[in-house]
Design a protein around this ligand. Structure first.
Ligand code: NAG
Ligand code: NAG
Length: 435
């Protein structure tokens, strides 16, 4: 213990960096380091309103609890507040009758700067790579600091989508590992809202690298949108996201632990299985260690009245919005135009199913096997087969940044990889099917 302290004090006193391998790490104590937050919404378009609304709300929570803007980075497409479909220009809400969550949100990275590459560079504090892009802000965290990452978007097995491009689970976990090795954080917490989001960490996130993560769903199910708004004709939030944020808005974050917040959110999110991964010891720390500034003083909070969720699975949102519009349509011509849009979406769904089945048949060359592989769900382990197959499917068949329904069918590519078909065989089948 004393040797520990001496080494630490010497380093401080001399102001010189001690050789890394000789230096024993002092355990970070609350108040030691700085708190950083990275908030990302990975979709665009009015029917995806809810993702950016969630992200803006997350920013307001960090801000209100004392994390300064210099240490919060927000990435979002930013096409909602001033969208021509917004009946309240400049205002974004995250719950029926809720407050504006858009005001003051920093526009660090917007539009086509919201990419997986930029996200990984921002997270890893790679200032050089972000030069001349957006605000250039990155998470410049050091070994005593705590980092909170909130990602909201569409996802599928082993990936989350960005407005253009996909972030693979393996790449995210590699980035986390190299941050750990480079001592870029004392502790890091991820909250991820996406379909099948458990697959971003399941069998990937080590328990001994000081990272704790919770996800909206397990590795094999959808996450759910909620709060349909008649005036705006879109969903205002996602169940897991609004549950953790409404809890953070209500509780004393200095006394509530991450584990308690997880339990509350898990209980209230009855549409999917909220999961936790990584280092469970971190979950006994107060939420304020991640969602508040270092010297945060609790303030009085009001309990929000409950409102109806009206939850729907993420991939059903475009159709659900059209059905709501159909109910309100008065003229026959308007009704017919909505019905046509519904039929177009249903055709697209059929085409996704047929395409995936065709790829499977071409890969297996076996009718019985094809039927089986369409109906089971293997756990993804063969990332090196799956990633290039997904990238080919994204390139040749359906743009996964814009097609949540196609994301729901990537499990078939998982099955093919897990049944030991090679990625080159699968990719060939993809190229033939979608030529
Ligand atoms: C979830 O809970 C809400 C109210 O708390 C209830 O209305 C809804 O039916 C439940 N949904 C499911 C899928 O159990
Ligand atoms: C998918 O669509 C986005 C947005 O339109 C575009 O930026 C991206 O390049 C497309 N991806 C592919 C693989 O075509």
């Amino acid at each position: 213990m004393s040797k520990y302290l001496v080494v630490f004090l010497c380093t401080l006193a001399s102001g010189l960096a001690f050789p890394q391998d000789l230096m024993l790490e002092p355990v970070a104590e609350p108040g030691d380091g700085k708190h950083w937050a990275l908030i990302v919404a990975g979709s665009r378009g009015w029917f995806n309103y809810r993702h950016q609304a969630d992200a803006c709300h997350a920013y307001q929570i960090m801000k209100k609890h004392g994390i300064p803007d210099e240490r919060i980075v927000v990435m979002m497409y930013d096409d909602i507040a001033n969208n021509r479909e917004n009946p309240t220009p400049g205002i974004v809400i995250n719950r029926p009758g809720g407050d504006d969550v858009y005001k003051g949100v920093p526009k660090d990275y917007t539009g086509m700067d919201v990419t997986p590459e930029n996200f990984l560079n921002v997270l890893q504090g790679n200032e050089e790579a972000m030069k001349n892009k957006g605000s250039g802000k990155v998470i410049k965290s050091g070994k005593n600091d705590r980092v909170f990452v909130n990602f909201v978007d569409h996802g599928a097995t082993g990936l989350v989508a960005f407005p253009s491009g996909l972030l693979h689970a393996k790449d995210l976990n590699q980035a986390i590992k190299s941050m750990y090795e480079a001592k870029k954080y004392a502790q890091m917490v991820f909250y991820i809202e996406a379909c099948e989001s458990g697959s971003m960490f399941e069998n990937l996130l080590a328990k001994d690298i000081n990272v704790f993560a919770t996800t909206a769903s397990n590795a094999k199910e959808s996450s759910y949108a909620c709060y349909f708004d008649k005036k705006r004709r879109t969903y205002l939030g996602d169940v897991y996201s609004v549950k953790w944020m409404e809890d953070s808005d209500m509780e004393n974050l200095n006394t509530e632990t991450l584990q308690k917040q997880f339990k509350i959110v898990k209980k209230e999110t009855n549409t999917s299985h909220v999961m936790e991964y990584g280092d469970m010891a971190i979950s006994s720390e107060p939420v304020a260690d991640f969602q508040s500034g270092e010297d945060f003083v609790p303030f009085h909070k009001e309990k929000l009245p409950p409102v109806e969720l009206n939850a729907v699975p993420s991939e059903e949102v475009p159709l659900a919005i059209l059905y709501h519009s159909l109910e309100d349509a008065t003229s026959e011509s308007h009704k017919e135009s909505i019905l046509q849009q519904i039929r177009d979406i249903q055709d697209l769904h059929e085409s996704v199913k047929t395409t995936v089945k065709h790829i499977t048949a071409l890969t297996t060359n076996d009718h019985v096997k094809t039927e089986k592989l369409i109906s089971v769900r293997h756990t993804l382990l063969s990332h090196d087969c799956y990633m290039p197959a997904v990238d080919a499917f994204n390139d040749k068949c359906f743009n996964l940044s814009e097609n949540d329904y196609a994301l729901r069918h990537l499990y078939v590519l998982v099955n093919l990889c897990e049944e030991r078909y090679s990625s080159s065989t699968i990719i060939e089948a993809i190229q033939k099917t979608c030529a």
